[in-house]
Design a protein around this ligand. Structure first.
Ligand code: NAD
Length: 505
C-alpha cells in the first residue's frame, strides 16, 4: 500500500459522522443483525484464508501454520463463541437490592452498545490484533471504525479492500494510513478507543481520547521475563521456550523478552536450546520455511544495532543477519547483566538474552525493579517455587511451564497492567469492554404509601420509618421485635394521625 491509497484525511470526519448517524438508527443494536455480521466475519476468514496467508507471508514471511494458529483461527473461534453466547450476554442482569425501601422495585443493568468505536491495530499480528477486538465490538452492538497498521501493508490493503464486502458498510468502515491519518482520526469523538501497539503511541492515543473523555483500552508491550528455576525440566523448557520466542520471528508482544536462569541450569539449557533450534529450523535457519522475517528495514536496523552493541563472545547462538532479506538468525546472548544494552527496551525480535541468577529472589528483584510486564513465564516443577514468584511479582498475565499458550485460551482475559496496558479482552471480556452496563431502576407505584415517608416536612415518625427502610432491621431477635414495633407505630401515626401526613395528600 502506498501513500496514495491511504484514506483521504478530508473524508475522515464524514466517515465517523456517517457511522454515528447509522448507530443512532439502531441498526447495529439488533441481535440478529450482530449475529449475521459475525457469521460474515467467519466467512471472510474462511473464504480468504489463502489470500490472508499470502499477505501475511509478504509482510512477515509467516508460515501458513503460524497464520492459522496465531491470526485466523482465533478470530473464527471468537466469532463462534460470541454467536453462541450473545443472547445470554445481552440479557439484563438483575441486581440484589440492598435497601428495604426498594424492596418492591425492579433493579437491573441493561447491556447497551457504547456507540461508535475505533480499533487501531498493530503490525505484528495484523489480522488478529485488528479483528479480535472488532468481534467484541460487533457483538456488543457498536458501529466500528477499523484502522489496520500501515507497517504490515499487504495485510492492511487486503483487509481494507475485501472486508467491506463481508461486513455491512453502513455500520463498519476501514480507514487506512499512517501517522497523519491516525492523528486525524483521533481528533474525532468516539465512544471507545481500542489501541494495540507501543506505549509511546499509547500515550498519544490516551491524550487524544482525554479531550473527548473517551474510554480507552490500551494493549501495550514491555519486557516479559521467563524465570527458569533449578528444578525446571530442561527438555520441555527448551522446546517450549524456543518455540514461543521465535514464533513470528520474536515479534510477539508476549514473547519472552529475557530469561532469568538459575545458574545450575545454564549450561544444560544452552545445549538444549542449540539442539532444539537445529531441530526446528535446521542448521541454517535462513533457508527454513518455518522461520519468519523482520517486518521492515527500520525494525531490522534497530535490532542489528542492539546486536552490534553486544560483546561478540556473549552471542552464544546465532547472530547472523542479512539486511536484504530482513533476516536475523535465532540468537541467544549469555550471560548478561540487568544493566546490559538488551535490557533497556523491549527487544521485539529474535534475540534472547539470559541473565544467570543465584536464586529466584535475585530474579524477582530484577523484575520488580522494572515496569510490570505484559506476560510473566515460570519454568518450575514444584508448585511452591512458582507460587512464590507469582506472590512477589505482578504482570498482565502469567503462564507456568509454557509460552504464549495463555493467549490462545480465550476463556482467560488478556491484557496488561500499568505500562503494559490497561483493560483486557477475549471472550466475554471483549463483549464487556464495548458494552455500557446501564443501571436501571423501575419504581413500584403501589409502594407510594411507604416511600412517601422521605418527603418533607420531616418529623420523628418519618425518621423512625426511614431508619428501618435505609438500615434494615438490627440483628438479635429482641432488637428486631422492638424495631418492628417502633416502625409499625410510626407508620400508623404517619398514615392516620398527622393531618399533614400522606393520608391527607
Ligand atoms: P505499529 O507501528 O503498527 O503502531 C500501532 C498503530 O499505531 C498503527 O495503526 C499506527 O498507524 C499507529 N500509530 C503509530 N504512530 C502513531 C502516532 N504517532 N499517532 C497516532 N497513531 C500512530 O505497532 P508498534 O507500536 O510498533 O507495535 C509494537 C508494540 O506493540 C510492541 O511494544 C508490542 O509489545 C506492542 N504490542 C502489544 C500487543 C498487545 O496485545 N498487548 C500486541 C501487539 C503488539
Amino acid at each position: 500500500m502506498t501513500g496514495t491509497t491511504y484514506t483521504s484525511i478530508d473524508t475522515i470526519p464524514s466517515i465517523v459522522n456517517t457511522l454515528r448517524m447509522q448507530f443512532n438508527t439502531g441498526l447495529t443494536k439488533d441481535i440478529q443483525f450482530r449475529k449475521e455480521q459475525l457469521k460474515n466475519l467467519i466467512r471472510f476468514c474462511n473464504e480468504n484464508n489463502d489470500a490472508l496467508c499470502k499477505a501475511l507471508w509478504s509482510d512477515l514471511r509467516k508460515h501458513v501454520i503460524e497464520c492459522d494458529v496465531g491470526e485466523i483461527s482465533p478470530i473464527v473461534d471468537e466469532c463462534q463463541f460470541m454467536i453462541k453466547n450473545l443472547d445470554k450476554f445481552c440479557k439484563p442482569v438483575h441486581t440484589n437490592k440492598r435497601f428495604l425501601m426498594n424492596a418492591t422495585d425492579k433493579t437491573y443493568t441493561r447491556k447497551e452498545a457504547k456507540g461508535v468505536v475505533l480499533v487501531i491495530g498493530a503490525w505484528n499480528y495484523p489480522v488478529n490484533l485488528l479483528l479480535m477486538p472488532v468481534v467484541g465490538a460487533i457483538a456488543a452492538g457498536n458501529c466500528v471504525l477499523l484502522k489496520p497498521s500501515e507497517v504490515s501493508r499487504h495485510t492492511a490493503e487486503f483487509i481494507a479492500t475485501v472486508l467491506p464486502k463481508y461486513l455491512d458498510p453502513r455500520a463498519y468502515a476501514v480507514v487506512t494510513g499512517g501517522v497523519p491519518e491516525t492523528t486525524s482520526l483521533l481528533e474525532n469523538r468516539f465512544d471507545h478507543i481500542f489501541y494495540t501497539g507501543n506505549g509511546q503511541v499509547g500515550k498519544i492515543v490516551m491524550t487524544a481520547a482525554a479531550k473527548h473523555l473517551t474510554p480507552v483500552t490500551l494493549e501495550l508491550g514491555g519486557k516479559s521475563p521467563a524465570f527458569i528455576t533449578e528444578d525446571a525440566d530442561v527438555n520441555i523448557t527448551a522446546h517450549r521456550l524456543m518455540w514461543g520466542k521465535f514464533f513470528n520471528n520474536g515479534q510477539t508482544c508476549v514473547a519472552p523478552d529475557y530469561v532469568l536462569c538459575h545458574k545450575s541450569k545454564l549450561e544444560p539449557l544452552l545445549k538444549a536450546f542449540q539442539d532444539t533450534l537445529i531441530e526446528y529450523y535446521g542448521k541454517d535457519p535462513h533457508i527454513s520455511e518455518s522461520y519468519g522475517r523482520i517486518v521492515s528495514t527500520r525494525q531490522f536496523d534497530r535490532l542489528k544495532e542492539l546486536l552490534d552493541n553486544c560483546d561478540p563472545s556473549t552471542v552464544v547462538i546465532g547472530g547472523q543477519t542479512d539486511r536484504e532479506d530482513l533476516y536475523i538468525a535465532p540468537t541467544i546472548v549469555s550471560p548478561i547483566t540487568p544493566e546490559h544494552v538488551l535490557m533497556q527496551e523491549e527487544i521485539f525480535g529474535p534475540i534472547l538474552p539470559i541473565i544467570p541468577v543465584d536464586n529466584m529472589d535475585e530474579a524477582i528483584n530484577i523484575v520488580n525493579n522494572r515496569d510490570h510486564p505484559l506476560a510473566l513465564y515460570v519454568f518450575a516443577s514444584a508448585k511452591y517455587k512458582y507460587n512464590k514468584i507469582l506472590d512477589k511479582t505482578s504482570s498482565g498475565g502469567v503462564l507456568i511451564n509454557d509460552i504464549l499458550m495463555h493467549l490462545q485460551e480465550l476463556s482467560l482475559p488478556f491484557g496488561g497492567v500499568g505500562p503494559s496496558g490497561s483493560g483486557s479482552y477475549h471472550g466475554e471480556k471483549s463483549f464487556d469492554i464495548f458494552t455500557h452496563s446501564r443501571s436501571t431502576m423501575v419504581k413500584d407505584l403501589m409502594a407510594e404509601p411507604i416511600a412517601a415517608c422521605r418527603y418533607p416536612p420531616y418529623n420523628e415518625d418519618k425518621e423512625k420509618m426511614l431508619k428501618v427502610l435505609v438500615y434494615g432491621f438490627p440483628t438479635g431477635i429482641g432488637a428486631k421485635f422492638s424495631t418492628l414495633g417502633s416502625f409499625c407505630g410510626a407508620f400508623w401515626n404517619f398514615m392516620f394521625k398527622k393531618p399533614e401526613s400522606y393520608s391527607k395528600l
